[in-house]
Ligand binder design. Structure first.
Ligand SMILES: Cc1ncc(COP(=O)(O)O)c(C=O)c1O
Length: 401
């Protein structure tokens, strides 16, 4: 999006505000499906956790996407967006049997990642086909918080426990219709994906009623200037060849599924904030914005780097700034960043604000969560109102003291 469009949106809707460019979401979706165009049955299940606004889910549904969900609430959001239950996969971790039963009754594809629930669910519902999430024991991902397929991770059923899975399946007479893995996020090296895929193929050979193989996600997108990204096109060519060969060996045209979050929405998002104060100290110049890690936690949580641009002064002289928020503890978005000269009231845009930004926002410091705007067909549409004082207190119960 152009700087002047972002500036207009901040002027029209106020700040802080999240903006999503539908064109970028569409082009990323098309890029991924194009990379796998030689797979007969391809399914993209957008990972709702990345950005769960219903209008975004509707946009993706319109493109032909299904959904990957991790909570019963995400399942319900998907259904509210009009996505058919059979196009929703539910991949929870460590939830109760009751929650999984509720999801099964709504008709979504269940994906189970532990032996205890597999046995209980299979015993009660032998006629509901289930997908199994394996733990391939592969260390991959941009940082430890988002590396989830290694031996010490809580996710998935170990590939060393396949005999136990098979025993449960035999005893309960349940049907396993899919095998799934997700090894982490921000994975650059396609050889890591291909290596883990071999483990998925090896696992799949043990199950005779499969309909799909789900390779999860974790594609890396560029965050910083000059950053490299997962080469989706090359990965598409290599995995397609291997997948089609596996289907021949297996004797059935299976569906190849992915569940990308970041790849589809990260670069489509911008977070617009206003500079309240420019503060010179003995060591730096702080630009203090009208937001904080309550609205965008990734820099403080993961050390994530979001590019920041000054959309009010895009041609100004570049200077060095530490961009910080208003939360009453260390609240740093960026240190020593080269940004076009900043004045108070300027609007700063944080890039890559589509994935894991609004969806991780909170009310910490009793601040309102921001508004969300969709930039679609050259028009800015409000898709979530900024919260108000009523939202902060609506569930509080005042007692007589
Ligand atoms: C099970 C599962 N699938 C898909 C995703 C999406 O990953 P990404 O945003 O890296 O594409 C995640 C992210 O945490 C996940 O846990």
């Amino acid at each position: 999006m152009l700087e002047k469009q972002l500036l207009h949106i901040a002027q029209e809707f106020g700040s802080p505000v999240y903006v999503y460019d539908s064109e970028k979401i569409i082009s990323q979706y098309n890029r991924l499906t194009q990379a796998f165009s030689k797979v007969k049955n391809l399914r993209i299940n957008y990972a709702v956790k990345a950005l769960s606004n219903i209008s975004i889910l509707k946009l993706l549904k319109g493109l032909g996407s299904g959904l990957d969900t991790v909570s019963i609430q995400e399942v319900k959001l998907g259904l509210m967006a009009g996505v058919a239950p059979e196009n929703i996969i539910y991949t929870p971790n460590g939830v109760s049997l009751e929650e999984i039963e509720t999801a099964a009754k709504l008709g979504v594809q269940i994906n189970i990642d532990n032996l205890s629930i597999l046995e209980q669910f299979g015993t009660k519902y032998p006629n509901v086909p289930v997908c199994i999430r394996i733990n391939p024991h592969v260390m991959a991902g941009g940082n430890t918080n988002i590396s989830v397929g290694h031996i010490d991770s809580k996710f998935g059923i170990s590939i060393h426990q396949i005999p136990h899975i098979l025993r449960i399946v035999e005893n309960t007479e349940m049907t396993i219709n899919g095998i799934h893995m997700h090894t982490g996020s921000d994975i650059l090296d396609i050889d890591v994906f291909l290596y883990a895929s071999e483990i998925l193929f090896d696992t799949a050979k043990h199950f005779s009623n499969l309909e799909f193989l789900d390779f999860g996600s974790g594609f890396k997108v560029p965050y910083k200037e000059g950053d490299i990204e997962t080469n989706i096109e090359e990965f598409g060519k290599k995995l397609t060849k291997r997948f089609n060969q596996f289907c021949k060996e297996y004797g059935k045209e299976l569906t190849l599924a992915f569940e990308p979050g970041k790849f589809l929405v990260s670069e489509a998002g911008y977070f617009l904030t206003k500079v309240n104060v420019v503060k010179q100290t003995t060591s730096t110049v702080f630009a203090q914005v009208d937001s904080g890690f309550n609205h965008l936690i990734r820099p403080m949580l993961y050390g994530a780097q979001h590019n920041i641009i000054n959309v009010s002064n895009p041609k100004g002289r570049e200077r060095f700034y530490s961009v910080v928020g208003y939360i009453c503890e260390t609240d740093t978005f960026a240190n020593n960043r080269r940004i076009n000269e900043i004045s108070e009231d300027d609007i700063l845009a944080f890039k890559n604000a589509g994935a894991y930004c609004y969806s991780m926002a909170s009310n910490y410091n009793s601040r309102y969560r921001p508004a969300e705007v969709l930039w679609h067909n050259s028009e800015a549409k409000l898709i979530r109102k900024r919260e108000t004082m009523d939202d902060l207190v609506k569930n509080q119960v005042a007692v007589e003291l």
